[in-house]
Design a protein around this ligand. Structure first.
Ligand SMILES: NC(=O)c1ccc[n+]([C@@H]2O[C@H](COP(=O)([O-])OP(=O)(O)OC[C@H]3O[C@@H](n4cnc5c(N)ncnc54)[C@H](OP(=O)(O)O)[C@@H]3O)[C@@H](O)[C@H]2O)c1
Length: 280
């Protein structure tokens, strides 16, 4: 299905995007990875190139927050390749309690996660609409269905991605362009490792209950979703369960999350009490 097809993956130099690039290369797609850091792109291309496959491997340095940069890249690619599929995987997260979060963190999350996704879709849509075909895959998050402690900025940006993707799907469908949303739970990537160093313990306790998947597993589920032209892919059993629970029993989801937060806070209070008794 992917032979002779060209796929552009933003955030393709790391984590889920890189795992997708490797899997698509194996399936003979021509793979184009895009991100900001030249050294990460170079390392990613070496890794993708080492996998046998008949398609080409290319990379572009660009920032998804800049529509001008993205439009330039898309126009350049379209001179030689037809973009059959784009995957918006570029993103960032900076968890913190709202009381500790700078206002600028909200702008950063919205710019990278939401506006970045919009920019890429806006740049590629005219080409796909012209051809009456193509596939747009936007990576949201389970935190785009469920507002999670410590993720006021991230959840807001991912809810925005989800709303945008649903509306875009409805608009593109009559023109033969398929739009798919992916909502992964915690996935073992450099982002998650960075994030864990910043995460309030309440956030970690909640996230742990949804399990952790490998980037390869998430990539395989996304590829399956592309083949089946799914509207939504929620990788993993725990992820699917959390998504369905958030839709059909949201009160229970809140109760479980509030319970986990209370338990972490209770433990911390006891630790402080024990430490105070010890010093006294
Ligand atoms: N890992 C998880 O637990 C998890 C869970 C749910 C959803 N997600 C979502 O899945 C997507 C991929 O996450 P990941 O875990 O694979 O993250 P990752 O390993 O940190 O990879 C992020 C990629 O995005 C690129 N990037 C970041 N900001 C960019 C920008 N402004 N312009 C262009 N490229 C940019 C990064 O490269 P440069 O920094 O060099 O630009 C990197 O290639 C994200 O949208 C994330 O929100 C992840």
């Amino acid at each position: 299905m992917f032979t002779n097809k060209t796929v552009l993956i933003t955030g393709g130099s790391s984590g889920i995007g890189l795992a997708l690039a490797c899997q698509l290369r194996q399936r003979n797609a021509s793979v184009i990875v895009l991100s900001r850091s030249g050294s990460k792109l170079k390392a990613a291309c070496l890794k993708i190139d080492a996998i046998p496959g008949s398609g080409s491997v290319m990379s572009y340095r660009a920032d998804v927050r800049s529509f001008l940069q993205i439009r330039q890249v898309v126009r350049t690619i379209e001179k030689t390749h037809q973009l059959d599929c784009i995957i918006n995987s570029a993103g960032m997260v900076q968890p913190a309690r709202f009381k500790d979060q700078n206002l600028s963190a909200f702008k950063r999350a919205m710019n990278a996660n939401f506006q970045g996704t919009v920019n890429v879709c806006k740049a590629v849509a005219p080409f796909m609409l012209n051809r009456k075909g193509g596939m747009i895959v936007n990576i949201g998050s389970l935190a785009g269905f469920i507002g999670v402690y410590g993720y006021t900025a991230y959840s807001a940006s991912k809810f925005a991605v989800h709303g945008f993707t649903q509306a875009l799907r409805a608009e593109m469908k009559p023109h033969g362009v398929h739009v798919m949303l992916v909502a992964p739970p915690d996935t073992d990537t450099p982002m998650l490792h960075r994030e864990r160093t910043l995460m309030p313990p309440e956030t970690a306790a909640i996230n742990d209950s949804a399990g952790m998947l490998s980037a390869e597993h998430v990539a395989l589920q996304i590829i399956h979703g592309i083949k089946k032209k799914r509207k939504l892919v929620v990788p993993g059993f725990e992820g699917k369960f959390a998504y369905l629970a958030s839709r059909f029993i949201p009160g229970i989801v809140d109760l479980v999350m509030d319970g986990k937060i209370a338990s972490v806070r209770g433990k911390r209070k006891n630790q402080h009490k024990n430490a105070a008794n010890h010093t006294a």
